[in-house]
Write a protein that binds this ligand. Sequence first.
Ligand SMILES: [Zn+2]
Length: 393
Amino acid sequence: MKKEMKFISRCTVALVGTAVFSSLGFSVFSGPFALCYGISVEGADIGCAASVQAYENALNDVNTKIVADFGADAAINPEPNISVRVLPRDEIPSERELYNNIASLSEKLIPCYTILHGGTEIAYFSSQDEANQAVSSYVNALSPENSEARLDGDFKIISSYAAPSEIMNAQSGLEHMLSIRPLSVLSTVTERIEESIPFTETVSNDASMYMGEIVVDQEGEEGKKITVTRVHYKDGEELFRELISETTDSEPVTRIVRAGTKTPPTGIGSGEFIFPTSGVISSLSGERWGRNHNGIDIADKTGTDIMAADEASVKFAGIASGFGNLVILDHGNGYQTYYGHCDSLIVHTGDIVEKGAVIAKMGSTGNSTGPHLHFEIRKDGSICNPLDYVSKP
Ligand SMILES: [Zn+2]
């Protein structure tokens, strides 16, 4: 009852003050100056309240804290001297400053640093460093490594007063904050991922190659894509992913392939022959120097191409008496053709050759007096006159 009486008396003082200044006109206090209520206790100035009510509220808040920690007997009961003052607006103390000024009157409370969330006091520390450490450990505990993290919400560390038993260190403050989770931690991690871009393949038909044959004109190469993603977390739990950029570092290179479409030769001739080389016919078939000449001779330079007169399999490719380097083609239809005196052989026994394929080079091996091709056509083993089948183009 006694306390309440004192509050009433202070309010009376305040009302008188307001009345005095009202009569002077409030226009004086517009602009940078404002009216406030200076408060001193036992001759010591504890600052200025924006209103008497603000002072009363701050005193009540201080006493609520003291009573909670030390019991009703510890409540402070200052005898304030309140006077009206005019101060620059920005010098009027905040409610928190007023609270601290009043709290400093109590011998029970000590100065501290308080983590404040909204208007709620979360934890008390003896130094700003301890408070900062607790906060940064809290942020670290609730965010992934290498993230950019921040507290979500109104949060600050202020100078304040607390009971000594309330003071925490960085570790106990962290544990306390983790147990009550006053604030969420929002964080982001930027991920840079390199991905390969597969190459495509184009295949074109090539009638000059046999079926099943493949030529790679250009090898394929994978390209490279770089994706930057920002992953958002709340209290360490992934919320969503945000695509920041997608860059092609290198384009893929197309693989270019040609595939043969030609039906492979079977080695069976058509029965129609082509003139097997170039040059002049230097000797006909028939009787010559008292012996039978079994074919025709076609003379040209050493190394001139000799072609298969028709599709065939190679029956023989090697050295034969008199013929020198000889190729015998079996056309699979009763016909065989002979190519003698070659300088070099290109095909091997067992090869399948198409009509017109180069099988040897012209030379002068065996019984020969100069570079020429000795060319024979045999039908079921009998000698034929090649000029009955071919003519010089
Ligand atoms: Zn001959």
